[in-house]
Design a protein around this ligand. Structure first.
Ligand code: TMP
Ligand code: ASP
Length: 262
């Protein structure tokens, strides 16, 4: 499929004009960054895995009636998507306290929250994506009204419910994750839909038994075996198989991930 001109290049993805008005092509790169771009590297094969994992999750969400920007995957690194105006807010859903929540408030790492906690960050690299309140979102019209903000909140919780179940079924705890939403017009009607990606880059995923990290914290904290962890997530979700095509051909036979079995 022919790509149009480059519309946007982020840290891990590039968005090109799509073949038809209102569509775009999202390309997954192997670049990894953390701490607002201060730490950078290339993780060979990460883009291919995130493309597949995000496709799998967004397709499942579409099936339960959550509208997403995904139209279909095109190839190893690209997806055809609806072009949206991204809402400049990162919606963070947390089930277990870790990461910036524990640093900011001194909560013990691993504390299980009594119910999912939603936090908001203003998407602005220059400002370091600062934490914001619902009032900021409404005051500065990043979301047009409280009804739309409540809709996004409810959608975050539905996505959390679905993903917690999906990951729990394959022995993974969904600790926290980040979502982005966009505005688009479908059939003449303005709609808020899920955008961006859901992958081990944007979630914290711990093995249920060993609590081994199967996500981008392996990069952030220099834990090593990043690609093996992403492959493990893809294998458990049934996206790639034990003797797999993308894992074995592209990256060599995956190393054992050393997960203790009960
Ligand atoms: P945090 O604990 O660093 O605030 O991260 C919360 C969740 O959001 C975690 O699953 C990682 C994800 N995340 C992103 O996807 N992008 C980001 O830029 C940041 C800071 C976090
Ligand atoms: N993606 C973000 C960055 O580079 C941060 C992160 O995922 O930790 O800065």
């Amino acid at each position: 499929m022919n790509k149009g001109k480059k519309l946007y290049e982020g840290k891990a993805k590039i968005v090109y004009e799509g073949p038809e008005k209102g569509t775009a092509i999202q390309h997954f790169k192997d670049d990894a960054t953390a701490f607002n771009n201060q730490k950078k590297s290339t993780v060979e094969g990460k883009g291919v895995l995130n493309n597949r994992i995000s496709e799998h999750i967004l397709n499942n969400l579409n099936q339960i009636g959550i509208k997403t920007h995904l139209i279909r995957r095109l190839n190893m690194r690209e997806q055809l998507i609806y072009l949206v105006n991204i809402i400049p807010v990162e919606f963070i859903v947390r089930n277990i306290a870790t990461g910036s929540l524990t640093k900011r408030l001194g909560i013990a790492d691993g504390t299980v929250l009594s119910k999912p906690l939603i936090e908001y960050s203003y998407k602005n690299d220059e400002l370091g994506d600062p934490l914001i309140a619902r009032e900021h979102i409404l005051e500065f019209k990043w979301v047009k009204n409280i009804k739309s903000l409540n809709f996004i909140n409810d959608t975050c919780l539905r996505i959390n419910d679905f993903m917690q179940g999906m990951f729990r079924g394959v022995g993974i705890k969904l600790v926290d994750f980040k979502l982005e939403f966009g505005i688009t017009t479908i059939d003449g009607k303005e709609q808020i839909i899920l955008a961006d990606e859901i992958s081990p880059d944007t979630c914290r995923l711990w093995d249920v038994v060993s609590e081994k990290k199967l996500d981008k914290d392996r990069f952030r904290k220099d834990l090593g075996n990043i690609i093996q962890a992403y492959q493990e997530v893809a294998r458990r979700l049934g996206i790639i198989h034990e003797e797999s095509n993308i894992s074995t051909v592209k990256f060599g036979k995956p190393k054992a991930v050393n997960i203790k079995k009960k």
